[in-house]
Design a protein around this ligand. Structure first.
Ligand code: FAD
Length: 147
């Protein structure tokens, strides 16, 4: 974690002067859900994200893993077809790079449509890039921005 902490005030984010009602740390699926729900309920939300927007599921978790697992399943199923009398299947891994490129394209497309493109639709959510840090001594939530 680098950078110095800054007050969680809207001056740093949107130029307002009344502060935030809700600070959400982490811009993954849970953070986005919380921020959007907060905005829908009328809160001014600071969504503080560090690392690739979208978090684990879309970038390195559910989406890429299930894509590659489904692809591998087709190879397995083809081989397994011969368990049945009269059937012989065949599938080859012909181009690993092409498969990875397809997976990467799906990941970046979903990251864009399900995360990045959503933010402009909520003008009460300020996206703040940087590692958040909680400072409990004065009950003020602060984040450290890498500026
Ligand atoms: C390989 C794999 C496969 C998976 N497959 C499935 C599946 O098929 N189905 C399923 O339901 N779940 C699956 N999961 C689990 C799923 O990805 C997670 O449950 C889900 O992504 C958690 O979401 P989250 O928003 O809580 O956390 P994350 O998506 O991890 O987001 C947390 C974010 O907070 C950021 N952050 C952390 N600390 C700070 C800080 N101090 N300041 C600012 N930002 C910070 C992190 O960088 C990250 O971007 C899988 C996970 C993995 C690893």
């Amino acid at each position: 974690m680098g950078g110095s902490p800054a007050d969680c005030s809207p001056e740093a984010a949107k130029g307002g002067s009344e502060g935030f009602d809700l600070a959400v740390i982490g811009a993954g699926s849970a953070g986005f859900s919380a921020a959007i729900r907060g905005a829908e309920l009328g809160a001014r939300v600071a969504l503080i994200g560090h690392g690739t927007i979208g978090g684990t599921c879309v970038n390195v978790g559910c989406v890429p893993s299930k894509t590659l697992i489904r692809a591998a399943e087709t190879l397995h199923q083809a081989e397994a077809a011969s368990r049945f009398a009269g059937i012989r299947g065949r599938a080859d891994l012909e181009d690993w790079r092409a498969l990875v490129a397809q997976k990467d394209e799906l990941v970046s497309g979903l990251r864009q449509s399900k995360y990045s493109d959503l933010l402009p639709a909520y003008n009460t959510i300020a996206y703040l890039e940087g590692p958040a840090r909680l400072a409990v001594h004065d009950f003020v939530t602060r984040w450290a921005l890498n500026l």
